[in-house]
Design a protein around this ligand. Structure first.
Ligand code: CA
Length: 416
């Protein structure tokens, strides 16, 4: 790209930011390798340190976190935390699955992790501190366990951590696994499984290592109802993210045998699992119960796709939630929610306005398994792939949803 073109992007960005509209074509994407000398395995999270140190942190599923200077080739990565000796990764979907910096990390050095453990099988959510004498090392002795969630099977862990625009700490907890949520955890508000949970990590109580935000939807319920619950009826929200412009919370709920779905997550929302999967019945539930429908679904096979509200969407079998693009380099991506299918590798984008999907298309078809997306401090997006590389996502053209124009005249070869 010439410097002139680059200038063009920058100038165009502010104008298009204001007028990105439904119906605006969705651009094609490409993946460009970044940090070519970074040696990692199974990366599942990447984030810029919120402290102006210019470092980027990458989390490996087996239990390591490494840090290195953004803009470097990654070759100088140093280990920040290593909990591999606790063996969080035994089954394929277990591991060190989530990471979040405290919003005041610069002042308090706190960060949070979500990891799996066996014997007994459980997920642990903990707070750690950075080593006060070395900003490039976590203090492994600083662990403060916030939550231990017993987990019956070895799949559907959830594992997303993050602080919302309200400053509270959110996490996703899968339904506990097994075929079709056998214990009905998704609909059981006395269980922490199959939920989005919200905690106040800054205000422990006399009985809990965290506080319950007073406006959590079940905060004043008795009878064993869990006050931590913020949203429920979810199978396995492996990834969710806040739109940094609107504050909306986008989740992708990994489906069972038929449907993958994108959800807009709201406080108190019941997303249906395991009475509903996508827009469809799954198994009987209580009469009169109301469930929030997904934004979008896609099927596991082409035959099922005919029954879908989105019959033209390609099929797949494991949705990976991404981010709404709010960067400045690619105006054509502005406001587009990106998501992928782990197995297929395809990356899709959608626009959503006034309760409707106004555009949705495959932006890139490629074969690498995408385990997670990442967003940098500037809002640019990345794919973390299980070929053990990290790729910047870049828009390359804008012609996917444009109405077909008049055909150009056929070029006829001149006869000699
Ligand atoms: Ca649902």
């Amino acid at each position: 790209m010439t410097s002139l073109t680059r200038l063009g992007w920058a100038v165009g960005a502010s104008a298009l930011l204001a007028c990105a509209a439904p119906g605006q074509p969705l651009p094609k994407l490409r993946m460009r390798l970044v940090f070519p000398h970074l040696v990692i395995q199974r990366p599942i999270w990447m984030e810029d340190a919120p402290d102006d140190s210019g470092r980027v942190f990458v989390v490996e599923q087996a239990g390591r976190i490494v840090a290195f200077p953004r803009g470097s080739d990654g070759g100088a990565a140093r280990e920040f935390l290593n909990i591999t000796d606790r063996r969080p990764l035994v089954a394929n979907t277990q591991g060190l699955l989530g990471f979040a910096f405290h919003p005041r990390y610069r002042a308090n050095g706190k960060f949070y992790v979500f990891y799996s453990q066996e014997n007994p099988r459980r997920n642990v959510v903990s707070e750690f501190h950075v080593d006060p004498s070395d900003p490039n090392r976590a203090d492994p002795a600083s662990e403060r366990v916030l939550l231990t969630i017993p987990h019956p099977f070895d799949n559907n862990h959830g594992g997303q951590l993050g602080f919302g625009p309200d400053g509270y700490f959110y996490l996703t907890s899968g339904d506990g696994g097994g075929p079709g949520d056998p214990y009905n955890n998704g609909q059981n508000v006395a269980s922490l499984l199959g939920k989005v949970l919200r905690l106040d990590v800054d205000h422990p109580t006399r009985t809990l290592p965290y506080g319950i935000p007073p406006d959590n939807p079940f905060a004043s319920e008795g009878n064993g109802v869990r006050h931590e619950i913020w949203a429920y009826g979810l199978r396995n929200v492996w990834r969710m993210s806040w739109d940094r412009l609107t504050g909306e919370l986008w989740g992708a709920d990994v489906g069972a045998d038929k449907w993958e779905e994108v959800d807009l997550l709201v406080k108190g929302g019941n997303y249906g699992w395991c009475v509903r999967e996508g827009f469809h019945h799954f198994k009987p539930g209580p009469p009169g119960a109301r469930y929030l429908e997904p934004v979008l679904e896609y099927a596991h096979n082409p035959l099922l796709a005919k029954e879908s509200r989105f019959p033209n969407h390609a099929f797949g079998n494991c949705i990976i939630g991404g981010y709404v693009y709010r960067g400045s380099r690619f105006p054509a991506l502005q406001g587009v929610y990106l998501y992928a299918d782990y197995t297929l590798g395809t990356i899709w984008g959608l626009r959503y306005q006034h309760g409707k999907v106004t555009a949705d298309a495959a932006l890139l078809e490629q074969p690498k398994n995408i385990a997670s997306f990442a967003q940098d401090a500037q809002g640019e997006l990345y794919a973390l792939a299980f070929d053990d590389h990290i790729y910047a996502l870049e828009a390359v053209e804008a012609n996917v949803t444009a109405a077909p124009g008049p055909r150009p005249p056929e070029r006829v070869a001149a006869t000699p």
